[in-house]
Design a protein around this ligand. Sequence first.
Ligand SMILES: Nc1nc2c(ncn2[C@@H]2O[C@H](COP(=O)(O)OP(=O)(O)OP(=O)(O)O)[C@@H](O)[C@H]2O)c(=O)[nH]1
Ligand SMILES: [Mg+2]
Ligand SMILES: [Zn+2]
Length: 311
Amino acid sequence: MKPRRAPAQAGAGLRGRVVAAFGRHFTVEFDDGSTRQCYPRGKKGTAAVGDWVMVAPEGPAEGAIQSVLPRRNLLYRSDEMRTKQFAANVDLLLIVVATEPDFSDDLVGRALVGARNADVEPVVVLNKIDRPAGLPAARARLAPIAALDVPVLELSARDAAATRALLAPRLAGRTTLLLGQSGMGKSTLLNALVPGAAAATQEHSQALGAGKHTTTSTRLYHLPADVAARADLIDSPGFQAFGLQHLDASQIVDGFPEFAPYLGKCRFYNCTHTHEPGCAVLGALEEGRIAPQRHALYRRLLDDMQLGQRY
Ligand SMILES: Nc1nc2c(ncn2[C@@H]2O[C@H](COP(=O)(O)OP(=O)(O)OP(=O)(O)O)[C@@H](O)[C@H]2O)c(=O)[nH]1
Ligand SMILES: [Mg+2]
Ligand SMILES: [Zn+2]
């Protein structure tokens, strides 16, 4: 995906940032805080929440997206069926899990691989510590990830003051994406940091007849300056699957920093680290220096990739 250039001449459009996306409808916010409902002009190039775009104003409150400005990164997932964009120009990824309901460590591992490949710093938030029954099991499941020096922050989003104290320093001056399965507490976290934000989300999902407060679209919010300066937080709908079929074998390996000390030490230069004799990665796995769950995830990602190549 090659980024397209902004129009060179002044007055060709207004520069703004996509703060909400509903299918092919986008809310774009401008420097003065005003917003316009925008649609993409032409078929090519899809904007994502977090993208900077050039807009040709139409009437008082609408506009056409002329171009998507070059982005630092784009977090997305993909499987055989489709590609789904999460957000663009993200600095920090908060992967949200909870003591209950059960979360999938497979999805957490995939989010980490996606983050490393998009050059986004990952942090895991273990939410709902006010419900401690599931805490030991959750910690055990996260141990192989914590061993990679990925911070795991334990908190209760229902305690807004503690949540702010813990997260605000990491959010200042950056764009942060909340990602995780449904029910883990992403929107509750958002609401602790941006009071009133969840009210808007709930109104929206009720309008769609979604019933529960589950988030149905991705949206960017600004933290109040007294919580954190120049901090943007993106809430997203919970996901059930995190396909990474857009990654090739070497990008998948890059997602496993614990393999790094052994790379280049295998007997075969084109070792896939799955079955080869004399594989240094498999040796480290056998000696307990690589966690079995992590190597199993690596195998699944390679299998997914091979599946994708058949289509
Ligand atoms: N006990 C407890 N419940 C929490 C906490 N955080 C969130 N919850 C509850 O967990 C449920 C799900 O929270 P949400 O914030 O809607 O979860 P979400 O991750 O945004 O879910 P989706 O929008 O469906 O992806 C709600 O009933 C929250 O009140 C917490 O720290 N402690
Ligand atoms: Mg939500
Ligand atoms: Zn190997």
